[in-house]
Ligand binder design. Sequence first.
Ligand code: HPA
Length: 273
Amino acid sequence: MSKPEYHPYAAVADACRKRFGEPPRVVIILGSGVGVLQHSLENDDAAPYSEIGLPTTSVVGHDGKLLVGELAGTRVAMLSGRLHSYEGRSMEENVRAVRAMAAWGVEILVMTSAVGSLHIELQPGDLVRVTDHINLMGINPLVGPNIDALGPRFPDMAAAYDPALGAQADTVASELEMRMVRGVYAAVRGPSFETPAEVRMLAKMGASVVGMSVVPETIAAVHAGMRVLTIAIVSNDGTGLSDEPPNHDEVTATVGQATDRLCPIISRLVGQW
Ligand code: HPA
C-alpha cells in the first residue's frame, strides 16, 4: 500500500497544534494596512511564519507571523502578512496558511483587502463587503491533483462568501452606523495597476472593486469547507476614474484611515461568534 501524501499545509497544522493547542474558531488574514487589528488582541502568543513552516512575504507593510489570542472575548488566530501571487510564489505556498488553518480545525476565515474602485460612486475609504468574485488571475489554487483530505475535486462556488456571515456583518456595520456597501471583487494578478481600459472592462463585467489577493484564499478555504467573510477597503479610484493614478503609498495611507471603522466592525462581529 502506498503511504498517504504528507502535504506542507499538514506540517503547518501540526506545528499550530503543538504550539497553540486547540484551534480557535476564527482566523483573520490582515491585508495591507489592517495590521493594527493585532494590537486589539489580548493574551496573545505569536509564532513567526518561518517557525511553523509558512513562507514569508516580501511586501512592505506585511510582516509574517501567526498570532493567537482573544478579540472581544473570542479566541481567534490572525495571519499578519499575506502572500500575493505577484510575488512569484507557487499557488501552493499562497494558500498553505489557509489550508493549514482548515486542517487545524478553524471554521471561519475573515479577510480584509485593499481594493481599487471601479465605479465613481465608490470612494477611497469606503468599506465593501464582498458578495462574490470574478477570478481573472489566470490561476487557481486547486489546479493539480485534488487533495481529497481537504475537499472535493469540483467544489461549489455558488455561495463562496457566506451569506449568513455577510448578513451578520451588515447588521453590525449598521448598528455601529458605519457605511458598508456590497460588491463583487475582480481579482487580477498584478503587480502593475490596471490600465484605464481594463478598469472600464472590469466594471462592464459586473465587478465593483479590483484587487490582487483574496480570491486564491477564498477558493482554497471553500474547498476545505471553511466559511468566508471578506471586507475590502477602497484605497483608491481605479485607473482613469480620477486624475491621480493609484500608487502603493496612497493605498496604505487610505487603508490606515479606514481601519478605524473596519476594526470595530470585525471586533464586534467576532465577539458574537
Ligand atoms: N488595483 C488592483 N489592486 C489594488 C488596487 C487597484 O487599483 N488598489 C489596491 N489594490
